[in-house]
Design a protein around this ligand. Sequence first.
Ligand code: CA
Length: 229
Amino acid sequence: MHALLVEDDDRMAHALGTALAQRGHSVRRVGRASDALQHAHEAEFVLLDLGLPDLDGLELLRRMRTVCDAPVIVVTARCEERDIVQGLRAGADDYVVKPFRTAELMARIDAVRRRTDLPAGGGAQSPGRVRTGDVEIDPAARTVTVAGAEVRLTRREYDVLAFLAARPGEVHSREEILDRIWGDVFLTASRSLDVHVAGIRAKTGRSELIRTVRGFGYQLGSVGPDGGP
Ligand code: CA
């Protein structure tokens, strides 16, 4: 993968660049926001320091999002929750707070790449339709049909369902879904996700389409061939 490393600190940039190269990534390192914008379109993922000499990193992130869909991991010394929330709202996919262990950062890069390799994330891949019982989810058309009839979901209801359908065998935590669809892990306590899941179940009339894993999260469920469980 080709990484864009935006970091003005030479020692930090060298350490990160070496770690990325050891994992087989090619790296372009830039120390200024203006150079980051120029090279953002080449990147398959971005590591972004927020403290840059020529522009605030959050503002850079907002501008980058207009030209680049690649996953962005914010690497920051700003450990206040407010900054992290703003980073995620501005379009970051994850963040690590300095000082961090290289192994942790590399694990997060892998996790973000897996998560963003989805239709709703604007990834290059376009996975095929997912079918369970008489329910069919078509990521290319962003449609859901039940027994051949299209069901109208809201954008977020669809995003939640498509996210679960992209990894049908996996259970996803509430935090992961909130981070991915709402861009905000700190919504965990809110009822937004439950309300959306209830909406999907009601509109499709297939309550088993989404399986609740109590105290943890959700998974795509199996619908029987006749629409029953
Ligand atoms: Ca810096």
